[in-house]
Design a protein around this ligand. Structure first.
Ligand code: NDP
Length: 329
């Protein structure tokens, strides 16, 4: 038997509740590889899966946790043997199949990536889904050719925003960090941001077809009114890597003008279904381009019993940086 955070649903009331409890290997889903989990993390989707909405969860009882890092305990696949260190992000693990909020997880071998050289399992989860996505966004901007001018990072004090800020600054780019939390200015400057932009400055919806050119590129975690404004402020030929919707599922106030008059690119980033080669490439880049002291500054440690509260906090946009869950604490 081992510990897991299990979410149950009361069929009559439709209410869900999450509690740390004991489960056994027999309870785990099918898969070729059994992993002894060291760490998982708290992402926005985890907040949804733990909470009463549960919109992403298909079946109850459910073990959330959309990412984990740990050590292979048993494997029916030639690519992995006991003792190998592995990382998992995406593939809807923790959403429609059981995930990382447990001391053991069983998954298909195709879902795993070997732990990149230079990272331990805790560092890999300090990066986690949010940091992996931030790296994919940076790579997508690079593929388009990064333009002159500051790169804007929205939702900057959150998970994706923090890692994107640190990577871009370390690569030598000027980073303008948008935050609704002015008290996080020192934290963001510590990650390498050279300019802090107040959230309010970019959330007013306007009918203007274009605004003064400001940003050479953008990693956007927020969407909503902010993305509508940012598109109109992009410099000629600049790209926006859209990764999230913490501020709304629509692009409010957006017009076609930035695309046809300034050649702006809107790039959609999905970390869930990335092909294996891209995953390896992104993890290698993370190990190379993300300074570990900056990563450490983002980390807030947690245990399985802290998760229900942290799930609520992340949905309210109140979590700073990355929450790393030690499932054995
Ligand atoms: P976090 O909650 O850690 O960060 C989101 C940040 O957005 C907050 O910290 C806050 O930053 C800002 N924010 C929150 N609410 C609002 C609002 N109403 N208006 C403007 N800004 C707001 O989440 P993550 O960084 O982990 O994820 C961000 C988004 O990206 C989520 O929507 C998530 O689902 C998505 N995502 C998508 C992935 C993909 O594959 N495309 C992978 C991972 C995440 P501040 O206080 O600094 O303003």
């Amino acid at each position: 038997m081992f510990k897991a955070l299990v979410v149950e649903k009361d069929e009559e009331s439709g209410k869900t509740s999450a509690a740390v409890t004991e489960i056994s290997e027999n309870d785990l889903p099918e898969g070729e590889v059994l992993v002894a989990v060291d760490y998982s993390t708290v992402n926005y989707k985890d907040g949804l899966c733990i909470g009463p909405g549960g919109g992403l969860v298909r079946n109850y009882p459910h073990v959330p946790g959309i990412d984990f890092a740990g050590t292979v305990e048993a494997s029916d696949d030639d690519r992995y043997k006991p003792g190998d260190k592995v990382v998992l992000t995406g593939w809807r693990v923790g959403e429609n199949r059981w995930g990382g909020y447990a001391q053991k997880a069983r998954v298909p071998a195709d879902f795993l990536v070997p732990l990149p050289e230079g990272l331990d399992t805790r560092q890999a989860m300090a990066v986690g889904t949010a940091g992996f996505t931030a790296m994919l966004a940076v790579m997508a901007l690079e593929d388009q050719g990064i333009k002159e001018g500051p790169i804007l990072v929205t939702g900057a004090a959150g998970g994706v925003g923090s890692v994107a800020t640190a990577i871009l600054a370390n690569l030598g780019h000027e980073v303008a960090a948008v935050t609704g939390r002015p008290e996080q200015e020192e934290y963001l400057r510590g990650l390498g941001a050279t300019e802090i932009v107040a959230r309010d400055e970019l959330t007013e919806v306007t009918k203007k077809p274009l605004e003064a050119e400001r940003w050479g590129g953008c990693v956007d975690a927020v969407a909503g009114a902010m993305l509508g404004r940012v598109l109109k402020q992009m410099r000629y030929g600049g790209s926006v890597a859209a990764i999230g919707l913490a501020g709304g599922a629509a692009i409010e106030g957006a017009l076609i003008t930035p695309f046809i008059l300034r050649g702006v690119n809107l790039l959609g980033i999905d970390s869930v279904m990335q092909p294996h080669d891209n995953r390896l490439r992104a993890w290698e880049r993370i190990a190379k381009d993300l300074p570990m002291d900056k990563l450490e500054a983002m980390v807030q440690p947690a245990s399985l019993s802290d998760l229900p509260g942290l799930g609520r906090d992340i949905l309210k946009g109140q979590v700073k940086g990355r929450v790393v869950v030690d499932v054995n604490a």
